[in-house]
Design a protein. Structure first.
Length: 317
């Protein structure tokens, strides 16, 4: 064969192969797993899609703010509806959004993508021998990725491929509102309870205040020992302590703003301790199982990042 023709044919085959690979949907790449829902016909995330997402949350989040993952995986149309919502998020243009609209949008995106990740890998959440959390369901068990799970998977959101850590650390946290930590949920029992509705621009600040109030006063995430004058709270406030300092001046100022179970002026006399973080899946027990949700012993909480700034979690997103 003519060497020139041979070279031309080889080059053409290489180009064709490259184009074929880029046309594939979800694919494994060096930077992690990319979920592509671009083939789904969808308009940008609008009021209708927000309402659709809201309806899914109301259907699959129970009264204890636990998610019916198994039931959701068994309902193919509703799983597809979630993908439709995410496809619409991929077509959105955040450059046209107000600050509150953008904040609400990315909170919704973080939670929707986390749910999609669990549904897509539900069988992998159960840890076996050698898993990060053997014998229980956890987001950290997916592909045995542990803390890398928040960086490994990417979705198209507002025109760019983004991981969960991209959304939390590089979009939401720089907005300077520590209350977002009560709104984004990492699919774990140690997280604040997931809000059963989509976040909306018009009600965002009211809802974030309500979530902060619940975090402080519900007795689930924070408790007040009035005898020993100790506030026991989530490691979230340790890992992200600087966020709360930036938003409220100090952790104690944050508690003083929202506390109802003790007089606000007494907060200064309390010490703050952080209880172990529970990484087990925030899953609702199957309907009719006749069992209450059993919470396993919490896994030891990770230490703050070197330097003690608390601005990043060593484990998780």
């Amino acid at each position: 064969m003519n060497p020139v023709k041979s070279y031309t044919l080889t080059l053409a085959l290489l180009i064709f192969s490259a184009l074929a690979l880029t046309a594939v949907g979800p694919c494994q790449q060096d930077q992690g797993k990319r979920y592509s829902y671009d083939g789904i016909s969808a308009n940008a995330f609008d009021a209708a899609k927000e309402s659709e997402y809201d309806s899914l949350l109301q259907k699959y989040v129970d009264n204890d703010s636990l998610i019916k993952y198994e039931k959701w995986t068994q309902n193919t149309p509703d799983f597809q509806n979630l993908k439709n919502v995410i496809a619409a998020m991929g077509s959105a243009d955040d450059s046209t959004m107000s600050l509150d609209a953008k904040k609400a949008f990315y909170i919704n995106a973080y939670n929707a993508l986390t749910i999609d990740l669990i549904l897509s890998h539900y069988s992998e959440t159960m840890g076996g021998n050698g898993s990060p959390l053997p014998g229980e369901r956890s987001i950290r068990n997916i592909s045995n990725l542990d803390s890398q799970v928040w960086d490994h998977f990417k979705w198209r959101v507002s025109g760019k491929q983004r991981s969960l850590n991209d959304i939390e650390h590089r979009i939401l946290r720089p907005m300077g509102d520590a209350r977002i930590h009560f709104a984004i949920v990492c699919a774990s029992m140690g997280c604040p309870p997931i809000y059963r509705h989509a976040f909306s621009e018009g009600t965002l600040n009211q809802v974030l205040d309500e979530l902060a109030d619940s975090f402080v006063n519900s007795g689930k995430s924070t408790t007040f020992d009035k005898v020993n004058r100790i506030i026991s709270t989530s490691h979230i406030l340790n890992w992200f302590g600087q966020d709360f300092v930036n938003s409220f001046g100090s952790l104690k100022s944050f508690f003083s703003k929202y506390v109802e179970v003790i007089p606000a002026q007494e907060v200064e006399s309390y010490s703050i301790k952080f209880h172990d973080y529970d990484w087990s899946l925030n899953e609702s027990p199957p309907t009719g199982s006749g069992t209450e949700h059993e919470v396993p012993a919490p896994s030891p909480s990770p230490s703050p990042t070197p330097g003690g700034s608390g601005t990043e979690r060593e484990i998780g997103g």
